[in-house]
Design a protein around this ligand. Sequence first.
Ligand code: ATP
Length: 386
Amino acid sequence: MIAPSRPYPFGIPDAATKKPRIAVIAGDGIGVEVTEQALRALPALGVDAELTHFPWSANHYLATGETLPKGALEQLRDGFDAILFGAMGDPRIPEQIVARDVLLGLRFGLDLYINLRPVELFDERLCPIKGKGPQHIDFVVLRENTEGPYVQMGGTFKRGTPDEVAISEDLNTRKGVERIVRAAFALAGLPRAGSASAISGPPSKPRVCMIDKANALPHAHGLWQRVFKEVAAEPAHKDIAASHLYVDVAAMEFVRAPERFDVVVTSNLFGDILTDLGAAICGGLGVAASGNIHPGRVSLFEPVHGSAPDIAGRGIANPLAAFLTLALLLEHVGRSEAAGRLRAAVQAVVRRGETTVDIGGTLSTAACGDAVLAALSRYSNSSTLS
Ligand code: ATP
């Protein structure tokens, strides 16, 4: 049984009635290889999209000196519904300035304040935790994506001396915290048919868990606690169970009892760390997708993995994270039925072992892409997947 997609409350208004305008930034290394595979799914799904490819990458920078060009933010904001991003990073580029300018430039410049990462296990074989299957691991993490230490506030004093002082500030604003907490309740509040998180019996009550460290960071995370309590207490959220965990306990619980999570909301730094743990309990980076979202506006969808220079060009990168990334993007542009079919196809190839070596298969990147397309065509012929 394939778990239905979670309802998605952040999409472009009326998108289902319009042809989606998708910007493609494949980037560097395996980003290019996996994006090429993911794009093959669009015609196979019958999605007629307007695709525009942008060349921003290490090669483009080395040839032209350009990272994110002037006017790019406006062009993407006004002319597109979604961005399909591969990966960026290249050992030839000092301090990864291309990746920083393009990816962080887009995250901050387009105010993509929700980093959404599903933590969904497709097959028991991919899970390193004994006794846990797809019925136990099916939650979503919403990571705040525009604040915290990532704003680079701080500095050093007496640098390079024994008296050096280094300070990184952790920025948290009322507005920033409130909007990500509200997003978590919006996501949890939508009814979900046949929730896979219901281990037995009827689907359980939706749950939002806020993860913080207010005991050690009483100022910054005291704000998170206050905002979370206020939003949870609103009448519209009375049917959603709200809880909080300190991040150290949460890390343990992700492994010990992942079934207790439904929607998780947390800060930028903790989200960064916890979602890698989330990826690890579902099969690793090769199957982890993410969205950088501003509800109702152009948003950017990318695999969690980077450009992986160690395996780039060898045709062995796992394309499944990119297919799942495209499925998230399709939700954003109002194509949830196609998104559901694509997720189901990915789950089918995982269950049949038609995968790349990182998750136990023998296939190349392209052959794994072929397997996803074959699963899609089996699905459209029979309406059930095997
Ligand atoms: P970043 O710094 O952006 O995270 P990175 O290249 O250091 O990038 P990743 O690319 O995220 O790190 O991945 C770390 C390792 O995991 C890679 O070196 C690679 O061996 C493996 N890996 C990542 N993605 C994939 C994939 N899609 N398929 C197979 N292996 C992968």
